[in-house]
Design a protein around this ligand. Sequence first.
Ligand code: MG
Length: 290
Amino acid sequence: MARIHHRSIRSCWGLVAVGLVLVGGSQAFGQRWISGIPWSEPPTVQPGDNFGPPSDAIILFDGDNLDAWEGGDQWELKDGYAIAQKRTIQTKQHFGDVQLHVEFASPSEVRGRGQGRGNSGVFLMGRYEVQILDSWENETYFEGQAASIYNQAPPLVNASRPPGQWQTLQILFTAPRFDDDGELESPAYITVLHNGVLVQYNWEIQGVTYFNRPPDYQAHGKGPITLQHHGDPVKFRNIWVREIALTPGVHPPEEAEPETAEPAPEEADPEAEPEAPEAEDEAEDEDTNT
Ligand code: MG
């Protein structure tokens, strides 16, 4: 009896195994779902070593000169790095959406405290500041410490290195969009890694990062990358930028003009159309409340 019982269990497992193969097989050999979006082939880029610029980067400073910067001749060049002095400098070229790499070092000789210690900053589009500060054992308001979005958002963590050590800022920035009337269509967004640590994650920038008044947006086109001189001899090296160009084909054509995109007769849904404007109104209300 026991042997028969074991045999029937074995044959049961055999059936289960055959079933699994059939089910798994139908997935393994099925056809790939295709979105229909005509993607372009992504360009090939040679990555850099040790934070060096990738092959398609625009070099803003490689240690030789600051020719890419208005006012760059006012800063001191020494041993392959630049030292902030006299004035704020900005790139001659203007940018929108970017990946930006900057390395900096707070002055080795610690002077001052709070905002008066190793202060500089990287401004996107000349307006939106990622704060540079010596935040190693240096108290200040959180939304003004190193890697904050100045006066808007503290960093998620304080990833600062001690004074004198080289530090990295890796910035992913989405520029704000404005319509033809100069109204804000979508705000700027920013992600920042400080020394490889995530400190700003897709933060919605509230507007220009003022010191003495609330942020606001005023319509503008592309803008420069700005390095602040705030009175402290902060050092910089290895600065490069990549303009972000979304892979062609990413936007389905039917999303380009919502007003003219009438559904095909067989897809028409009488309840679908009224919902869309309501959703847009809600989004606008949220924007004005932030
Ligand atoms: Mg600053």
